[in-house]
Design a binder for this molecule. Structure first.
Ligand code: APR
Length: 243
């Protein structure tokens, strides 16, 4: 259970903050039933995400990669935001200066009502043409394999940042600006191993922000942050904004 003093300190910081940034990872969606990447539940046909979410895997076997994404899309389509997603959306409503940075591609923050956000690893409900690069929403269930662009008939891929690919410059600029101007940063449900997101807490810290982590476990962030609250996001995050 979270020691009351730490909880009280973070609640106080939230009550007095002027500019808030929240960074989330798979742990915030775990309580909605979405498998995390490095937990025991992240496997599909004994493949790890690292085996499939890569440009090489897609070039070698686009059918297999699309089968995996169909599995993930169908699984995520049955999930709803949990109290932690809703609390983050409430935080956005409470602050005129707020930004959410999520590594999650499940779209649950948007469903919970978050609007001021960067989905830095993309969105599983968007596809991108490998030829003309158009990005469109696609909620087909399942998506036809292999999906082709309506505009140029090029092969569509998930609009997701794969291992070995760079984040969009615009997202990096937006996140850097938000992190350097915040006075409070909450890091929720991320293992802190995937860069550049793994370096975001340090940027906020260097900018003088109070940084708090909410996670089930100890992570590489734990030694860096001002307060580390150990517990399930759906239990802890709503306590932080309670009136
Ligand atoms: N509440 C809070 N934290 C939780 C919960 C929970 N209910 N369940 C799991 N966690 C924590 C785990 O302890 C872990 O630190 O969430 C984190 C999940 O870590 P990962 O599975 O590594 O997910 P994430 O940090 O989002 O991965 C970052 O790596 O694989 C790539 O692009 C992928 O976006 C992903 C990125």
């Amino acid at each position: 259970m979270v020691p009351g003093s730490n909880l009280g300190l973070v609640r106080e910081k939230i009550a007095t903050a002027r500019n808030v940034v929240v960074l989330t990872g798979a742990g915030i969606s775990a309580d909605s039933g979405v498998p995390t990447f490095r937990g025991t539940d992240g496997l599909w046909r004994n493949f790890q995400a690292e085996d499939l979410a890569t440009p090489d895997a897609f070039a070698r076997n686009p059918r297999l990669v699309w089968e995996w994404y169909n599995w993930r899309r169908e699984l995520i389509a049955t999930k709803q935001p949990n109290a932690a997603h809703e609390a983050v959306a409430e935080l956005e409503r409470q602050y005129s200066q707020f930004w959410l940075i999520t590594q999650n591609v499940d779209g649950l923050h948007r469903t919970a009502g978050s609007h001021k956000l960067s989905e830095i690893h993309g969105n599983i409900w968007k596809v991108r043409c490998t030829n003309c690069r158009r990005v469109v929403e696609n909620h087909d269930m399942p998506i036809q394999i292999l999906p082709m662009c309506d505009h140029c008939h090029g092969l569509l891929r998930p609009h997701i940042v794969w291992f070995g690919e760079s984040l969009a410059d615009e997202d990096l600029r937006q996140c850097d600006g938000a992190l350097r101007s915040c006075d409070l940063c909450l890091i929720i449900g991320t293992s802190g191993v995937m860069y550049p997101a793994a370096g975001f807490a340090s940027i906020a810290k260097e900018a003088g922000a109070f940084v708090a982590e909410i996670n089930l476990n100890i992570t590489p962030h734990t030694g860096l942050v001002d307060v580390s609250l150990q517990g399930r996001a759906k239990d802890v995050v709503p306590l932080l904004i309670g009136s």
